[in-house]
Design a protein around this ligand. Structure first.
Ligand code: GDP
Length: 396
């Protein structure tokens, strides 16, 4: 009996010890004071080039720059630096092709429009009659071909209509076109070069486009590989020298300018000397277009010309710049400038805005001076050689 009691007591004792121990274990797990069964240690992570960022909720809109900065500054210190791949070498810049020169056809729409009305009326008739001649005459005079040249041209066309027994109005217009072409044919329109440095003098009244033309010509010559010096010979107007300075910088030419009101001839002479000392090919010399009076202007031009001829410069061109819109007035200017400075060629500017496309015919017929260049706009590229065929096609 005693033995049974002792065994029972032992069992009760063991059971209560087990209960107490289980409860302590459960409480300890809940409070975290007891380590969970250890897992095998993780292998060390390899260093990568990107930081493993904590999962970020995908923004529903692209982050604003400020947020991006914020995110960058919030990168944990010591995060592995992201090595950027070396930037691929950028390809060399493409050479900028020189813009295509403008076409007469595209830019002479005003002048063409002015003549088109007359030609339309002529073509609307059944035959060539007296009214046909009147219409053609008016078309030419309005285009500023000038009375003398118009009369001479139409005399030739009439003669041809008679001798070839032409009756269709279109044939009369074609004959006029041929006569115009004949008048403009066969002239030497090239720009001349002498020994280095060649000097080209630009003359003409104020506002016709001298400075702009020097800029355009300079651009062209630089494009062709020549070294250019520009001479700000219009010392009468400070603005003229400033404008030329802008052009010289734009085209990559050197500029020689003098004091305001100084002697223009000496500015041009200085420019020749500078060009010679630097081995430059060409001096483009601006001149004043207005002085106290016309006599002064012409006297000064004579002097400028004499000085421009002196070594080391070699004067090869005196280019008279005429605004095509001034029409017959341009012809009067051409006469005066030719007497004073011996003009070798004409530049007709603003043909793009003029309805008087005929001045080229008048200048060549009445003064026997070749039109060498034509301005068809205000930018450096808007200068073309005078091509009589293209010009006539554009007018008709
Ligand atoms: P300058 O006083 O003779 O030197 O004349 P500028 O060169 O200052 O030109 C007077 C104005 O005519 C400027 O506004 C030029 O941009 C403009 N011009 C010059 N040539 C042309 C041309 O061919 N076409 C047009 N539309 N404008 C021109």
């Amino acid at each position: 009996m005693e033995i049974i009691l002792i065994v029972l007591l032992g069992v009760v004792l063991l059971a209560s010890i087990g209960f107490i121990a289980g409860g302590t274990l459960r409480r300890g797990r809940r409070r975290g004071t007891i380590a969970p069964p250890s897992r095998p240690p993780e292998a060390p992570r390899p260093t990568t080039t990107t930081a493993e960022a904590p999962p970020v909720e995908k923004p529903s809109r692209p982050p604003a720059p400020a947020e991006v900065e914020e995110q960058i500054s919030q990168e944990p210190a010591g995060a592995p630096e992201v090595e950027e791949a070396p930037a691929a070498p950028s390809p060399p810049p493409e050479p900028v092709p020189a813009p295509e020169p403008p076409k007469f056809r595209d830019r002479l729409s005003k002048a063409r429009g002015a003549m088109a009305g007359y030609f339309g009326t002529v073509l609307g008739r059944e035959t060539i009659d007296e009214e046909t001649w009147e219409d053609l005459e008016e078309a030419l005079i309005r285009a500023d071909v000038g009375i003398t040249t118009t009369t001479a041209l139409l005399d030739n066309v009439r003669e041809r209509v008679r001798s070839e027994k032409l009756t269709e109005p279109q044939q009369a217009i074609d004959a006029l076109r041929d006569e115009l072409r004949k008048r403009l044919d066969g002239r030497d329109r090239s720009l001349k070069f002498e020994d280095k440095p060649t000097v080209w003098l630009f003359v003409g009244v104020n506002g016709v486009g001298k400075t702009t033309t020097i800029g355009k010509v300079g651009q062209r010559q630089v494009n062709e590989g020549r070294k250019v010096v520009m001479a700000a010979g219009d010392t009468f107007r400070a603005a003229a020298a400033e404008q030329l300075e802008l052009w010289s910088k734009r085209v990559g030419a050197e500029l020689v300018r003098g004091a305001e009101g100084g002697d223009p001839a000496s500015v041009i002479f200085d420019a020749s000397q500078r060009a010679a000392s630097q081995g430059a090919d060409l001096v483009l010399a601006d001149t004043a277009g207005r002085l106290q009076n016309k006599v002064n202007l012409m006297e000064e031009l004579k002097k400028v010309r004499r000085v421009a001829e002196r070594p080391p410069g070699h004067l090869a061109e005196v280019l008279l710049v005429i605004d095509a819109g001034t029409g017959q007035n341009g012809l009067a200017q051409a006469k005066e400038f030719t007497e004073a400075a011996g003009v070798t060629g004409v530049v007709l500017t603003k043909m793009d805005t003029s309805a008087k496309g005929g001045i080229a015919v008048a200048v060549e017929s009445e003064l026997d001076i070749p039109v060498k260049l034509v301005g068809l706009g205000e930018t450096a590229a808007d200068l073309v050689d005078f091509d009589p065929d293209e010009y006539i096609d554009a007018l008709f």
